[in-house]
Design a protein around this ligand. Structure first.
Ligand code: PLP
Length: 425
């Protein structure tokens, strides 16, 4: 019986599935299916495996740590891999962000940020941005607006959360079409209006944003927008919080998008690639700020567990030693070069890139779905993003071979060209 049939008998149907590809093992950028078929992975397990599947240095670190100390809990005793990863992580975060709290996932990092912001500022409101994805726990889901699916049927979530527009040039309601700067100015003007009318400035604990939208469709705002948010947060005494769960750890051509924008947030969130394939999340800020987070008011049994930290440490070192942060820029360039034949395609709305984060925005979900299915028929795995799942996003390992990447993107291009999808009226 297929894994899909078995899953449908024993696993909850609540989880969505991009594919039911039956994976047996993986190495580098290649998956091997149960039937021996080899498939090129351009998803990295949703932006997790920046150093590729089962990098030998990561596997060795995990095996050695598992054999030595698998679990004890940071609250019960201290251990090397936990402290060492924090020490090394703060060498790559923006200057001044030097104190780390580890959890197990991106959503937990977001929850922690909500609690830190509220407790440290003694304020309750949060401002977030339309199109952002921050996770599926109740607090994180409240801040999430990349698709309405994530809130469906859950009733009232957290109070005092306000959603401001994200400068998404393709969908911006004001002319000129696709003008990122005009769109960003418009979005800022609306945020200022919200502060004038609905959100007393002195009630705002935090302004939380993905500096590059991930699940929302791989959209980067102009640097001026991010700088203006820094100014607004400082002016109103709120914390500026960057959710870099997807954009962090080198994917944008800098360790964090914050550094590419030249803007230091008060709080930085990391997860996904941070654990190199094992569950790990982090919330990083100045020591001064985390001192205001009262001891004992937050914690975790598994957060920063020995094996995840060992995997994270090995991954961080591979990213550094193999120059993968710099390589991200090249990876992104190769991807858009290969996508060029689609520029004038009738179903293509936009091809955009920020570092290695490349999006091919199509006109409909059907067109994106057909492209993903066609790529898989050609043994290339890609996934979608966007409010209507209309975006194909490319998330290869940052050490993918150039020839593999070019081959994979070409397969997707062929899939788009070969797909028969109705053009919307
Ligand atoms: C930007 C961002 N924040 C938070 C999350 C939630 O992370 P997790 O799925 O590890 O809870 C995600 C996951 O896709 C994400 O992309």
């Amino acid at each position: 019986m297929s894994l899909e049939s078995r899953a449908k008998r024993v696993l909850s149907p609540v989880s969505g599935h991009y594919t039911w590809l039956e994976v047996d093992r993986a190495e580098g950028s290649w998956l091997t299916a149960k039937d021996g078929r080899r498939v090129l992975d351009l998803t990295s397990g949703i932006a997790v495996l920046s150093a590729g599947h089962s990098h030998p240095r990561v596997v060795k670190a995990v095996q050695e740590q598992a054999a030595k100390l698998m679990h004890i809990s940071t609250g019960v005793a201290s251990y090397e891999s936990n402290i060492e990863l924090a020490e090394e992580l703060v060498t790559v975060t923006p200057d001044g962000l030097d104190t780390v709290f580890f959890g197990n996932s991106g959503a937990e990092a977001v929850e922690a940020a909500i609690k830190l912001a509220r407790q440290a500022t003694r304020r309750g409101s949060l401002i977030t941005f339309r199109g952002g994805f921050h996770g599926r726990t109740t607090g994180a889901a409240t801040l999430t607006s990349s698709k309405n699916t994530y809130r469906s049927g859950y009733g009232a979530l957290l109070p005092d959360v306000f959603v401001a527009p994200y400068p998404y040039a393709v969908t911006c309601p004001i002319p000129p079409a696709h003008d990122a700067d005009a769109c960003a100015e418009h979005a800022l003007a609306i945020l200022e209006t919200m502060l004038d009318h609905e959100i007393p400035a002195d009630s705002v604990a935090g302004i939380l944003i993905e500096p590059v939208l991930g699940e929302g469709g791989y959209v980067a705002p102009p640097a001026s927008f991010i700088r203006s948010l820094r100014d607004i947060a400082t002016r109103i005494g709120a914390l500026l919080i960057f959710d870099e769960v997807q954009s962090g750890m080198g994917r944008t051509g800098a360790w964090f998008a914050a550094q590419r924008f030249g803007v230091t947030p008060d709080v930085l969130l990391a997860a996904k690639a941070l654990g190199g394939g094992l569950p790990l999340g982090a919330i990083v800020s100045s020591r001064e700020l985390q001192r205001k987070w009262m001891t004992g008011t937050h914690g975790s049994t598994f957060g920063g567990n020995p094996v995840s930290c060992a995997a994270g440490l090995a991954t961080l070192r591979v990213i550094r030693d193999e120059g993968l942060v710099q390589r991200a820029e090249q990876v992104g360039q190769w991807t858009v070069e290969e996508l060029a034949p689609l520029r004038a395609h009738p179903h293509v709305r936009e091809i955009r890139r920020f570092g290695a984060m490349v999006a091919l925005e199509l006109d409909t979900k059907a067109a994106a779905k057909a492209a993903v299915a066609g790529a898989l028929e050609r043994d290339v795995l890609v996934i979608t993003a966007g409010s209507h799942e209309q975006v194909v996003r490319f998330i290869p390992a940052l050490n993918i071979a150039e020839a593999d990447l070019r081959h994979g993107v070409r397969a997707l291009v062929d899939a788009v060209k070969g797909a028969e999808v109705a053009t919307p009226a």
